[in-house]
Design a protein around this ligand. Structure first.
Ligand SMILES: Nc1ncnc2c1ncn2[C@@H]1O[C@H](COP(=O)(O)OP(=O)(O)OP(=O)(O)O)[C@@H](O)[C@H]1O
Ligand SMILES: [Mg+2]
Length: 361
């Protein structure tokens, strides 16, 4: 089983600039989670804090009993071996071929023979659509290829925890969906715990078990995907529909006067952008046929059903609808009448009701 990551009260600043404060969430073992948030809200800083590259001032991040924030260098080195990380910029070594880049963690952390390393490296390159590109240098390939090479390297040690920072940036929509499929297939095979940072709304809607969002220096929400996908919270709705109409602005967050002025403009007919207003919960992507069943998905079902009563009504409804009749009978739940809960809202304060660290996840 993948490792559980328990984060409590994490606060990170650079000098006098607080990036985020009091972030509390649990990544359930073997489940796939996605973190959303406008540019600059500290998503990459969050991932770097989880692997101890950055040191938050307060709070804990505990993996297998080790607090990454305050442990010794030796423990940190050991615990880092559990992670596979795809950094936002790919972080490839520019003077090494893709082959050597992907082989690097194996040579650094294992005693495997070059024959075995070759087998693994070629397998991961093939998985990420890079077969035949092994002799290229990072400077000689496209941005999307660099991203996939970074992913191949992140997967090479069969990590228990996989962190990926914007896997879709630089990828076309079809490649992005293939990468999404790859994540679910890797998760089915390895039961690794995933945290994916992305701006890609298709991925966010269809891949993860859990969804979270950072905004205004705080974790707005983190919980089962159905909670965020049915949320009426303006910042969440704006983000999921990619519109200008809402609290998120071009540079910083808008103040209320700007929001009101813009609202008048949109009501007068100016296009707020975005293609369509998507409501409701699209089906989650599944591992490809022939892959093992995702153990994380099975555990999640039990976990979510235990906290069902704490979730907003619209999320409850979506979760119950996603169960088969046999599962509904097993958990003793009935589908709700269509008009109950559909327009319920989730407030910022309400969000904390299903924060995992409260002991209910
Ligand atoms: N090493 C650092 N020193 C000082 N400030 C930093 C450092 N790293 C990040 N920051 C600041 O922290 C804030 C959050 O940065 P971060 O890269 O985490 O944003 P992000 O949410 O990942 O954005 P994007 O979606 O654009 O990748 C930014 O204001 C950035 O300038
Ligand atoms: Mg980032």
């Amino acid at each position: 089983m993948g490792a559980e990551v328990v984060i409590e009260g994490l606060t990170k600043s650079f000098g006098r600039q607080t990036i985020w404060r009091d972030v509390t969430l649990t990544l359930p073992p073997g489940e796939v989670s996605v973190m959303l948030g406008p540019s600059g809200t500290g998503k990459s800083v969050f991932l770097k804090s989880m692997i101890g590259l950055l040191k938050p001032e307060r709070g804990t991040c505990v993996i297998n009993g080790v607090d990454i924030v305050r442990c010794s260098e030796h423990k940190l080195y050991e615990t880092r071996k559990l992670f596979g990380v795809l950094f936002q910029d790919g972080a490839l070594f520019g003077s090494m071929t893709l082959y050597d880049n992907v082989a690097f963690p194996l040579r650094e952390h294992t005693k495997k023979s070059e024959t075995e390393i070759r087998r693994i490296v070629l397998e991961k390159l093939e998985m990420t659509g890079l077969a035949g590109a092994d002799k290229k240098l990072p400077g000689e390939i496209s941005g999307g290829m660099r991203k996939r090479a970074g992913l191949a390297r992140a997967l090479v040690l069969d990590p228990e925890i996989i962190l990926v920072d914007e896997p879709d940036s630089g990828l076309d929509p079809v490649r992005t969906t293939y990468i999404s499929q790859l994540f679910l297939d890797v998760n089915a095979q390895s039961d690794a715990t995933f945290l994916i940072v992305t701006h890609n709304i298709n991925l966010a809607r269809t891949v993860p078990d859990n969804l979270g969002m950072l905004f205004r220096k705080e974790l707005v929400m983190f919980g089962p995907r159905e909670v965020l996908l049915t949320s009426e919270e303006p910042v969440v709705k704006q983000f999921l529909n990619g519109r200008m109409d809402g609290p998120i602005g071009m540079s910083e967050e808008k103040d209320s006067a700007t929001i009101a002025a813009e609202r008048a403009m949109f009501e007068a007919g100016h296009h707020a952008g975005g293609v369509e207003e998507i409501e409701g919960i699209p089906a989650q992507m599944q591992p490809a046929p022939g892959m093992p069943t995702r153990q994380g998905a099975i555990r999640r079902k039990d976990r979510v059903m235990q906290i069902l009563h704490t979730l907003p009504p619209a999320a409850q409804e979506g979760i119950i609808e996603s169960l088969s009749p046999a599962e509904q009978a097993h958990y003793g739940v009935d589908p709700l009448p269509a008009d109950i809960g559909r327009h319920s809202s989730t407030t910022l304060d309400g969000a904390t009701a299903y924060q995992p660290s409260r002991g209910d996840l």
